[in-house]
Design a protein around this ligand. Structure first.
Ligand code: UN1
Length: 509
């Protein structure tokens, strides 16, 4: 793998602008962010962040572009997204490798992330002919009533480091076919993935001679605050921590803007005594250590039936013993680094808290040193036996730390699963139909995602993605999540010669 060639093909230079209105890159005076690879600690490149002046230029351009883009028929907008999906197919190998190198997830997962982008483009293309509204029967004679879905305007997308490209694509592909223009602020930890995506998007915009401002890029955290206050932005789709999400939600609600919030998860798998234990080990293992435990949907808790607890944890400990940690671009390794040294510090402080709160480690954690681990970002996935109510267990820690706990009956297991502030993803491993259905019923999991005999991570784009409680309530991606990117308008048309009022009201002069 020649990283230099990959970067060149993706348009990444040593110093990059982090501000673009589409095909044009704007000079900006913001601070400079350096992107280090957690894989080997090397500098990949720098990005000049967006200052207030450049921010203003981007927003004005976006506003203007919206006036044109909203009049392009939706299926034609879909065709642009189709072309973007084709361009992603062309760059899949390169972009997947960059994701792996800049973020640290395994190459397979980097490629998988680009595949999600391609899939959502396909989904959005079909959707562009299906932005259906309902028609209703009016209570008045010779009246017709129906609803339409209209574009909203500027949709701003704030994404996190853990899915540095896919989350943007989920939002952008839908928002674009819905007739919106998009402004993306990626995580400052993975700015080069965003620069690469913008170059790919630019090719499509250019080939179709589209105006600047349809899909823009801004970088740097100060832009977040500017957007929260910016009345020109009717919708902010935010993926990140519950702490920051709460600030975004309050600020945007204060100006009656809308948000789609995709915040923390504290995802559990219930391992029933009727589970296929072999399959459950694989599900739990991938869920807990995939992406080094840095997915919103990562498995953080295993709630295990007491009768299979010893057997299951023994199998799991054995499986952890076989994990290969190292360079994520080497396909023999299972687990790559965490994103940076701050993440390592969070991991270590979490381990300390687990011990203080009487947790007991079945697999010890620790930071890896020496050859191949020079970046200082490689940590050992670990397993701790805990109780669900521990303060640390109630929090989302973005690291490969897995909690195990015991239960006696299914009601207790469901209570434990639900008894955390977050509500993103959940799963039960069981061959028992009754408990599977109970888990999925109104009395069951309170999460936005509930699976049977599948782990908590790896959601497909066809379903609506998101969760309840402190996860923020937003839905992205499939099903009818597109409705979150449009405004609904109810239309009533009177084609009679009189003006009958609704609710039988008489108003005679
Ligand atoms: C996230 O972690 O922000 O379910 C999204 C999954 C992915 C998406 C995760 N499809 O693991």
């Amino acid at each position: 793998m020649h990283l230099k060639d990959i970067l060149t093909r993706l348009g990444i230079e040593a110093n990059n602008s982090g501000t673009s209105t589409g095909t044009k890159w704007l000079p900006a005076q913001g601070s400079v962010v350096t992107s280090y690879s957690p894989v080997n600690g090397a500098v990949i490149g720098t990005v000049q962040t967006t200052d207030e002046h450049a921010y203003e230029a981007v927003m004005q351009q976006a506003q203007q572009a919206f006036l044109q883009w909203r009049n392009v028929p939706a299926p034609k907008r879909g065709d642009i997204v189709r072309q973007f999906g084709d361009a992603l197919r062309e760059y899949k190998a390169d972009l997947g490798a960059l994701v792996s190198y800049e973020m640290g997830k395994s190459l397979q997962e980097g490629l998988g992330e680009v595949q999600e982008m391609i899939d959502i483009c396909d989904f959005a293309v079909g959707l562009s002919r299906q932005l259906y509204g309902l028609t209703m029967h009016s209570e008045r004679p010779n009246h017709r009533m129906y609803e339409q879905w209209h574009p909203m305007g500027i949709v701003s997308i704030i994404s996190a480091f853990n899915f540095p490209v896919a989350v943007w694509a989920w939002n952008t592909a839908l928002a674009l076919v819905c007739g919106n223009v998009c402004v993306w602020k990626p995580s400052s930890k993975t700015p080069l993935c965003a620069v690469a995506c913008q170059h790919i998007m630019a090719k499509v915009l250019k080939a179709n001679d589209l105006p600047e401002g349809i899909s823009s890029l801004i970088t740097g955290n100060p832009c977040g605050n500017l957007m929260n206050q910016d009345k020109r932005i009717p919708l902010i789709s935010f993926t990140g921590s519950t702490r920051v999400g709460r600030l975004v939600a309050a600020a945007v609600a204060g100006r009656f803007g809308k948000t789609i919030l995709e915040l923390g998860g504290n995802n559990a798998i219930i391992i029933s005594k009727d589970a296929d234990l072999e399959m459950s080990v694989i599900g739990a293992l991938f869920g807990a250590v995939g992406t080094a435990g840095q997915r919103c949907t990562s498995t953080r808790r295993l709630i295990i039936h007491k009768d299979v607890y010893n057997d299951f944890t023994a199998r799991l400990v054995k499986a952890y013993g076989q994990l290969k940690i190292g360079d994520p671009l080497d396909e023999n390794n299972h687990v790559g680094p965490v994103i940076d040294k701050d993440a390592v510090a969070t991991y270590l402080s979490c381990i300390e808290k687990i011990k203080q709160q009487s947790g007991r480690f079945l697999v010890e954690g620790g930071v890896l040193n020496g050859l191949g681990f020079e970046s200082g970002c490689y940590v050992k996935p670990c397993i701790a036996e805990v109780e669900n109510h521990y303060e640390i267990v109630q929090e989302e820690t973005f690291a490969p730390i897995l909690y195990v706990m015991k239960y006696s009956d299914i009601e207790e297991a469901i209570n434990m699963q639900n008894n955390v502030p977050q509500g993103l993803s959940s799963a039960i491993m069981t061959l028992n139909l009754r408990e599977a259905e109970q888990f999925l019923s109104a009395n069951g999991s309170d999460c936005g995602i509930a699976n049977v005999n599948i782990g908590t991570s790896g959601a497909e784009i066809g379903g609506a993605f998101g969760g309840e409680k402190e996860t923020g309530g937003g839905r992205e991606s499939g099903s009818d999540a597109w409705k979150g990117y449009m405004r609904r308008q109810t239309n009533t048309i009177n084609y009679s010669n009189t003006l009958p009022l609704a609710q039988g009201i008489k108003f005679d002069l």
